[in-house]
Write a protein that binds this ligand. Structure first.
Ligand code: NAP
Length: 440
């Protein structure tokens, strides 16, 4: 095939929905790399049109004007492959369903849509044997879904955890490296265009939770119902929390964690959560700075793997979209049904109370004999082991001791009860902070 002229190749029609940051780069690369892509696929990828809201809008990337249309529904009728890069739930969802129903393969980067409606879209693809892929929906340019789906298909993935939201990583990193207040760091992130139009999607962890749900489905063959990922954002993290972590050679990261876990009933399940976590600076995830993303995979045979790179950006994300596009196009050439991601395992998604995590609790307590014993009893009564305890007598606390207590892993329910009982002790004057800790 290599060396054939474009006209000699079979043509595959590609319809692009959206020409924003990502879509415009996908279109540019499709046009610029046409010969190269044709040689790799064995067919010419012909961009037949680009659906946008405003065909007259001035755009950063110059593309042939005749490609633009506002009629997305008409455009997809003629496509072998549809690339959805509009974002949002509707009309993206209806257009994707329509495209799948007529047998077209679909590629999307729309994490919110896949997280909320993945099962319905997968079912539609399966019915007709079409391929639905969304590598770009999780961690932008980083190849993570296909490695989980294909490269690790023969292994037993135990845990996937990662920094999958660049804006919150940027904010926490500034607080750590430059001592910024949360407000100042957020302002810089906003000025640089790192935050979504609605910043709560980032800082409250919604974006990361969508990605965690997708990762859990692919890694553990289980559909997660919407809202099943436990979520805490970074808005409660103070400059003091970050400084205290730094002094202890730790760093705070917003981590998406999905893992195989045993429920309180003893049955296998999946735990999925997004929370700020204290990480030792020795851990590779601690070295992920600025707006970068990284995903750490633990598999039974492969051991620990890490994937690092750009989690966003128009051209970077376009790379992942084009990878999916080439894969779908090759399937058209080879024939046969599209690759699917079955959710056969159907594991129970555990509530956060059944997750096993570890806490670091910082509290101020009266400095007198017997206080440590009373505090230790609360942990013991709840069957939570204390892994480390550090006591200091800061001058500014006049007569109070500051205790930094790190627990071993325990059920969240037990940890939360422990904290509630500590709070109720007369000798405890204040619980200063509670953070989950990542055990190496
Ligand atoms: P964007 O810059 O806002 O572009 C959206 C495009 O879709 C625009 O061209 C817009 O048309 C078009 N569009 C929106 N609604 C439409 C409608 N109802 N009918 C026709 N066209 C419509 O978005 P983006 O940043 O490229 O993101 C696209 C997708 O990729 C999203 O799902 C996003 O979550 C995902 N993603 C983005 C990144 C990133 O770094 N940007 C990274 C990973 C994943 P007009 O131009 O006429 O307004």
């Amino acid at each position: 095939m290599i060396g054939e002229t474009l006209s000699e190749y079979r043509h595959l029609s590609v319809a692009l929905l959206g020409s924003g940051s990502v879509g415009s780069q996908v279109a540019r690369l499709l046009l610029e790399e046409q010969q190269e892509l044709a040689s790799r696929v064995g067919a010419k990828l012909e961009l037949i049109g680009i659906a946008v809201r405003d065909t007259a809008a001035k755009r950063d990337v110059e593309l042939p004007q005749e490609l633009y249309t506002t009629d997305a529904a008409e455009l997809i009728k003629k496509a072998d492959i549809v690339v959805e890069l509009m974002g949002g739930i509707e009309p993206a969802k209806s257009l994707i369903l329509e495209a799948l129903e007529q047998g077209a393969d679909v590629i999307t980067a729309n994490k919110a849509l896949i997280a909320a409606h993945g099962p319905e879209l997968h079912a539609a693809a399966r019915r007709v044997g079409a391929q639905l892929s969304y590598e770009a929906a999780v961690a932008g340019a980083i190849p993570i879904l296909r490695p989980l789906q294909e490269s690790l298909a023969g292994d037993n993935v135990k845990r996937v955890m990662g920094i999958v939201n660049g804006s919150t990583n940027y904010i926490l990193d500034r607080m750590d490296r430059f001592g910024d207040t949360p407000e100042a760091a957020m302002q810089v992130a906003s000025d640089l265009g790192y935050l979504e139009a609605d910043p709560t999607l980032d800082v409250e962890g919604y974006d990361a939770a969508s990605k965690a749900g997708i990762l859990a489905r692919i890694a553990f063959h289980t559909d997660l119902p919407e809202g099943a990922v436990y979520r805490e954002g970074i808005t409660a993290i103070t400059a003091d929390d970050v400084a205290t972590a730094k002094a202890a050679n730790q760093v705070i990261k917003l981590l998406a964690v999905v893992e195989q876990a045993t429920g309180a009933d003893g049955a296998a399940g999946v735990s999925a959560r997004v929370t700020p976590v204290l990480i030792s600076r020795e851990h590779p995830l601690a070295a992920v700075h600025g707006g970068k993303n990284a995903i750490f995979v633990e598999a039974e045979a492969a051991g620990e793997l890490m994937f690092y790179g750009a989690g966003a950006g128009g051209v970077e994300t376009a790379s992942a979209v084009l990878g999916d596009l080439v894969s779908a196009a090759r399937r058209h050439v080879a024939g046969g049904p599209g690759l699917t991601t079955p959710s056969y395992a159907d594991l129970r998604v555990l509530p956060i109370s059944e997750a096993e995590t570890a806490y670091q609790i910082i509290l101020n307590a009266v400095d007198q004999p017997g206080v440590l014993a009373a505090i230790a009893r609360v942990f013991a009564d709840n069957q939570v082991s204390v892994a480390a305890i550090h006591q200091s007598l800061p001058e500014e606390l006049s007569g109070l001791a500051k205790l930094v207590i790190t627990t071993a892993e325990a059920r969240e329910e037990a940890l939360q009860t422990t904290v509630a009982e500590l709070r109720a002790l007369d000798v405890v004057s204040e619980i200063v902070s509670i953070l989950r800790v990542l055990h190496a």
